[in-house]
Design a protein around this ligand. Structure first.
Ligand code: GTP
Ligand code: MG
Length: 344
């Protein structure tokens, strides 16, 4: 079955940007829930992951995304915090990502953590699009829920259009200062050599159809070239967090970016004092459209196929490290896998 369309794995999309520019709100708008409202303070303290299946994406994008045109199972979004103290979480998110959304408040433009995010994306050569967020806050904006942004902009008064354009061209200029050639997304032909700027509102959902369409196009092309994987192979992943889970003790929240992890697998996990060799006791997976952080939304599953967030329960995980690799051993020599984990 390798080489078949369905063997393309779910692309991982990191959402990066300065504090309060609307990363979590954008994901909320996409998944139709309000995780950010339940968060302590305004800061996202942890990386979460959200799987959005292709049919949901095409439901939101309407005519723009015909499911028959895409081989991808959907998109896996990783939220990251914008607060300056969480730079490790941002690098981890950036390193895991196949593609990224750089969220920029259209009124504020580039801010310190926007520059930091761009540096991460440059360093990891991650293709990205810019979501120029909060277009609904331009004075005089006339909103219409969920409308594609080109239509939304054309429906505004000349005054509103020119105010918005001024801000958008500011952002395009800031991207150019970072050595990226950028333009409004509807003028971009090749999203890997040019950065597309998509005007959006996480509040009104305007521009979300366009954003998802650009992301699907970008990942489809990118995944075709680089990411047709053997999803049956032993899994590789990254630990996002070490957490205590009731009934299981220390567990790891991981993102599996390659292969499959099964309930009866032996795994090797990077730990404070070197690689930990242990056996999976349970795999707890967030349901599609739920958030990895809310424990009650987990269900026990037999296996998890890349890319997906999963909570792994196993003995001896107290010592596991956030950011460390997770590898399934399966039929490989254990020393080989331990060496691989040590080397990362
Ligand atoms: P951190 O996780 O702390 O880095 O912030 P964030 O980027 O996730 O920002 P968040 O989504 O929490 O949004 C910050 C504030 O901006 C909230 O009060 C949101 O309601 C508001 N906001 C986000 N997007 C929009 C938008 O498109 N329009 C308007 N009017 N408000 C928005
Ligand atoms: Mg947030």
């Amino acid at each position: 079955e390798q080489g078949e369309a369905s063997s393309l794995r779910t692309p991982i999309v990191a959402v990066l940007g300065h504090v309060d520019h609307g990363k979590t709100s954008l994901l909320d708008q996409i998944r139709g829930s309000a995780v950010s409202e339940g968060e302590a303070g305004a800061i996202t303290q942890h990386i979460g992951s959200t799987a959005v299946p292709l049919d949901v994406i095409s439901g939101i994008a309407g005519d723009l995304v015909d499911p028959d045109d895409f081989d991808l199972p959907g998109l896996l979004f990783i939220d990251t915090p914008g607060h300056h103290s969480f730079s490790t979480l941002r690098s981890r998110g950036g390193a895991l990502a196949d593609i990224a959304i750089l969220v920029v408040d259209v009124n504020d433009g580039f801010q310190p953590q926007t520059h930091e995010a761009v540096d991460i994306l440059k360093r990891t050569s991650t293709p990205f699009v810019v979501a120029a967020n909060k277009i609904d806050t331009v004075p005089g904006w006339n909103p219409e829920e969920g409308r594609p942004s080109k239509l939304a902009i054309e429906a505004q008064s000349d005054r509103v259009q020119s105010d918005l354009n001024e801000n958008l061209y500011e952002i395009i200029g800031q991207l150019s200062d970072e050595d990226f050639s950028a333009d409004m997304y509807w003028r971009v032909q090749n999203f890997q050599s040019n950065i597309g700027v998509v005007p959006v509102s996480a509040e009104t959902g305007e521009g979300i159809p366009d954003l998802l369409t650009v992301l699907m196009g970008l990942s489809q092309r990118y995944m075709k070239e680089e990411m047709a994987i053997d999803v049956d192979g032993p899994a590789a992943g990254t630990v996002l967090e070490v957490t205590d889970t009731q009934g299981f003790g220390a567990t790891i929240d991981a993102v599996i970016y390659d292969g499959t992890i099964r309930e009866d697998d032996q795994i090797v996990v990077g730990g404070q004092a070197g690689p930990i060799v242990t056996d999976v006791r349970a795999l707890l997976q967030p349901r599609p459209l739920s958030e990895i952080r809310s424990d009650d939304e987990f269900e026990k599953v037999d296996e998890v196929v890349a890319a997906q967030g999963v909570k792994v329960a196993a003995p001896d995980l107290d010592d596991a490290m956030a950011g460390a690799p997770v590898r399934v051993v399966r039929d490989r020599p254990i020393e080989e896998v331990v060496a691989e984990v040590k080397a990362e």
